[in-house]
Ligand binder design. Sequence first.
Ligand SMILES: [Zn+2]
Length: 212
Amino acid sequence: MSDQRRDMPSNDSNGYAKIDQYNPAAVERMSKHLHGVLTELGEDPAREGLVKTPERVAKALQYLTHGYGLDPAQILRSAMFREEYQQMVIVRDIEVYSLCEHHMLPFFGKAHVAYIPNGHIVGLSKIPRVVDAFARRLQVQERLTMDIRNCIEETLKPVGVAVVIEAQHLCMIMRGIQKQHSIATTSAFTGEFNSEKTRAEFMRLITNNSRG
Ligand SMILES: [Zn+2]
């Protein structure tokens, strides 16, 4: 038996500082480099459409890597509750947007996360935030999957954790290395999810109907 997307009280103010502001000194330094990159590409950084591009790119990069400033374990700890519920909790179809560390190009898709509580549950809204805190860094999909698993394992100490990520990588698609729309799937499990029966139930629950 499973209980998906159970509603939990959440406290959005703890452990998670949404970063809308930029570090002006870093933006200025990065802009200088990006100005040089545009020149190296054969562009004219002074032409109208590009004048503000170095600054925009610098700000975009800061936003896309703002996970470095977040503490994913603290995000979980801010909404942990004692609870005897011991069935599988699944949050599936979590949007993932990350940057591959080899090309700094986006990879994006869906994450599915499950855990079986062992005395503590966590506010369900925190799971996508943990995914985001690790995804908003330079990553490889394999490590992102393990980072999420390890954080939940070490913080909640559950009976088991399962993480599956399905993603498309623009560095593969745009550079023509793989056929378009190919999807990379990675998974990481601990504890009870290493048992074939539990893992099969999890896989069934994340692949059945109602997928968009
Ligand atoms: Zn890449």
